[in-house]
Design a protein around this ligand. Structure first.
Ligand SMILES: [Zn+2]
Length: 287
């Protein structure tokens, strides 16, 4: 079972009328006002999974700032999940600052068959990861046994659109307070795996996982083996950030074949590879 644990798709409404949505959401505008920034729908994702030999995808939409736009998208993603029950695992987004309305929406989505939240984005959506609103939402997620996929950034290195400033210290504060929360930190957790060599961080991070999304744009391929040595293969989830072009020099169309080949060539044992490519995602993204 191969699972891409990090993909983004958009509804026909967003794809057909992108400017209506860029006008309503500054962060979406920042990343998608350029018509070259790809928006793909559900059918295109399924076709790409078929072409690349990937069984399932965790589908995240977009972390909208407005709660109403999250709700609109969640409703559509629930339909997609019903349409492709064996191919997709759907995540909802909410605006934590909406307070009780965000928690009610999480509950509605979970009852509607969605698995958890993601990709949540503290910088993009403008919420405080350690503030009361997000903490209440995260507590509700624990209660519902719903995992959260969180966008994370490297605190150093090159700047790119969408690179935020969410401090690793905030993530540590969150997991210390709520160690039961199943948390997937995107993009290798911005370097947090290194700090898991500190016993107290390791202890707090028992339910923290790391995905590989966009890795070829960020890190040398040695990162795969290095993180497995730091935190263990059981904590790594293969994820691409599809339809992001992750190999701009070798790729013109979205697809994950090159990424998959790099993971397979990263020096994992067959057992580790099975965990990273699918078993870990199956264990994390369930309720
Ligand atoms: Zn991300």
């Amino acid at each position: 079972m191969i699972i891409d644990a990090h993909t983004h798709i958009f509804s026909p409404a967003v794809i057909a009328d992108r400017s209506r949505y860029t006008a309503r959401d500054p962060f979406f505008d920042y990343l998608y006002s350029n018509p070259k920034a790809r928006l793909v729908g559900a059918a295109e994702l399924i076709a790409a999974l078929d072409a690349d030999g990937i069984d399932r995808a965790v589908i995240a939409g977009w972390a909208w700032q407005a709660q109403a736009m999250c709700v609109e998208q969640n409703t559509w993603l629930m339909q997609v999940a019903r349409q492709y029950p064996t191919r997709v695992i759907a995540l909802a987004t909410v605006q934590p600052n909406a307070g009780d309305a965000a928690i009610r929406e999480l509950r509605r989505c979970v009852e509607g068959g969605m698995i958890g939240l993601g990709e949540m984005n503290a910088d993009g959506q403008g919420f405080d990861l350690t503030g009361e609103n997000f903490m209440n939402l995260a507590r509700a997620a624990v209660e519902l046994r719903a995992p959260i996929l969180l966008h994370t950034n490297e605190p150093v290195g090159h700047v790119y659109p969408g690179k935020g400033k969410l401090p690793l210290a905030d993530i540590y504060a969150l997991i210390k307070q709520l160690p039961a929360l199943r948390l997937v930190l995107a993009h290798w957790g911005g370097g947090l795996p290194f700090y898991e060599l500190m016993p107290e961080v390791r202890a707090a991070a028992q339910n923290v996982f790391y995905d590989t999304a966009a890795s070829p744009l960020l890190y040398a391929p040695q990162i795969f083996r290095a993180v497995a040595d730091l935190v263990g293969a059981r904590k790594i989830l293969f994820g691409t950030d599809f339809p992001l072009i992750t190999y701009p020099k070798r790729q013109t169309e979205p697809g994950s074949a090159l990424f998959l080949a790099d993971v397979r060539a990263a020096g994992f044992t067959p057992a580790e590879l099975a965990q990273i490519l699918g078993a870990n995602a199956q264990a994390v993204f369930h309720r």
